[in-house]
Design a protein around this ligand. Structure first.
Ligand SMILES: [Zn+2]
Length: 420
């Protein structure tokens, strides 16, 4: 009798263990790859359909006709994998199972050259490969700078590497961005670049932007101490636009907030706040802002140096829509604060292709505090009182967004836990 019970218990135990193992290991499935032609005709977006996002990805283009991807995820399952149909451009797809991941090799037919980038999709599961046509010269260069992936290097049975051996660090980390803890504050312009000016009042955009930015940072540090604040500048120095966005990426920023002041020299009555998030310029005024706020690059490389092309923005839109949605949400919370708490005139939330935002691979907004060309608004923005009001409005928007975000993350975690 006793033995029977023990046997039964052992049996139950092993069933439980098996179930446990199943739920641990059948974590991610790559079930197909699909190809969509870009609407601007300049290339393709290849979608890796996954049941959850991979941990990291490596991409190489060792020769003009080959794109290699290495997707890493615990026990990536490809049992039900369906290959995409062959087309003129795509010769064939090959899968190479590796430990905790999958190698994918795309062979292209002759004369089709692309530069590539990978992005996580907004749905949080699929991995996208954006492909844009390039010339044969460009692809030669890409191939020359690329190292062929030998997929067998990633199979322990063949090479017998130790389990905790560091493989290499050239992977793009995809999944370590679960928290909202690092905020990058970017005071527009600085140093030799004054931004917009009100000459008769001797006011420069760079000074007001810096004062408000530093105040926002102080409020965050004081009231949300678990959030780290990173500044692109804390004094009157010139920082190139590309450097500002990279600061966000390098510090694993969760939000990039760029603070500016507007101007409309030909209509001194214009006033109010605007908040932009990155996207295709859809209106003429958004285009004007793009030109003005992007013009700082001219100081570095001479006139006409910057053309953030429509297609670059399109790829960004196609692939970064998750960030876009967050950016748009924060932008609207900022404008709400300006309008309802700070009693400013809100000119609304807008989309624009701003280079300062483009370089930040995080959610990003650009705030125009008001018009320096409007004397009464200029006085307000130059006063400590006005700067305090504007900075606290921005702070409250960030704080409220963080609360909302943390709640949604916790919600997901609880749902996941209850599924197990
Ligand atoms: Zn500016």
């Amino acid at each position: 009798m006793k033995r029977k019970i023990i046997t039964l218990l052992l049996l139950c135990g092993s069933i439980l263990l098996t179930l446990q193992a199943e739920s641990l290991y059948a974590q991610n499935e790559l079930n197909r790859i699909s190809i969509a032609e870009r609407s601007d005709g300049k290339g393709y977006v290849v979608r890796n359909h996954l049941s959850s996002m991979v941990d990291s990805v490596k991409i190489e283009q060792p020769s003009p006709d080959r794109i290699q991807m290495l997707l890493f995820a615990q026990e990536l399952d490809t049992l039900n994998f369906r290959y995409p149909p062959q087309t003129g451009t795509f010769n064939h797809f090959d899968l190479f199972p590796v430990d905790n991941g999958m190698g994918v090799e795309i062979s292209l037919s002759a004369g089709n050259y692309f530069k590539t980038r990978t992005y996580p999709d907004q749905n949080g599961r699929d991995l996208l490969l954006a492909m844009e046509r390039v010339s044969s010269t460009e692809i030669e260069q890409i191939a020359a700078n690329s190292t062929e992936i030998d997929f067998t290097d990633y199979i322990a049975d063949i090479h017998g590497f130790a389990e905790d051996e560091e493989i290499d660090n050239s992977f793009l980390r995809i999944r370590d961005n679960q928290e909202f803890n690092v905020i990058v504050l970017d005071a527009g312009h600085g140093g030799k670049d004054p931004g917009t000016e009100n000459r008769s009042m001797r006011l420069q955009e760079k000074d007001i932007a810096l004062a408000v930015t530093l105040k926002v940072g102080e409020y965050i540090k004081e009231h949300i101490p678990d959030v780290e604040v990173v500044y692109t500048r804390t004094d009157d120095t010139f920082v190139p636009l590309s450097e500002r966005g990279l600061t966000a990426t390098r510090n694993k920023g969760d939000l990039f907030v760029s603070i500016h002041v507007n101007a409309a020299p030909n209509s001194p009555s214009a006033h109010g706040t605007e908040t932009f998030f990155l996207g295709l310029a859809r209106s003429k005024s958004a285009l004007e802002v793009m030109k003005r706020e992007n013009s700082v690059v001219d100081l570095e490389n001479g006139p006409g140096s910057l053309e953030l092309s429509e297609e670059e923005l399109l790829v960004y839109e196609l692939t970064n829509t998750g960030n876009l949605a967050i950016s748009e949400r924060i932008a609207s919370m900022v404008e709400d604060q300006f309008k309802n708490r700070a009693q400013r005139r809100s000119r609304g939330v807008k989309q624009a292709g701003l280079e300062a935002l483009w370089h930040a691979s995080t959610p990003a907004v650009l705030i125009e505090l008001g018009f320096l060309s409007n004397p009464s608004e200029a006085r307000f923005l130059n006063s400590d009182y006005g700067q305090t009001i504007m900075a606290s409005a921005i702070f409250r928007a960030i704080r409220d967004f963080k609360l909302e975000y943390d709640r949604s993350i916790r919600g997901n975690g609880e749902r996941q836990a209850s599924n197990e």
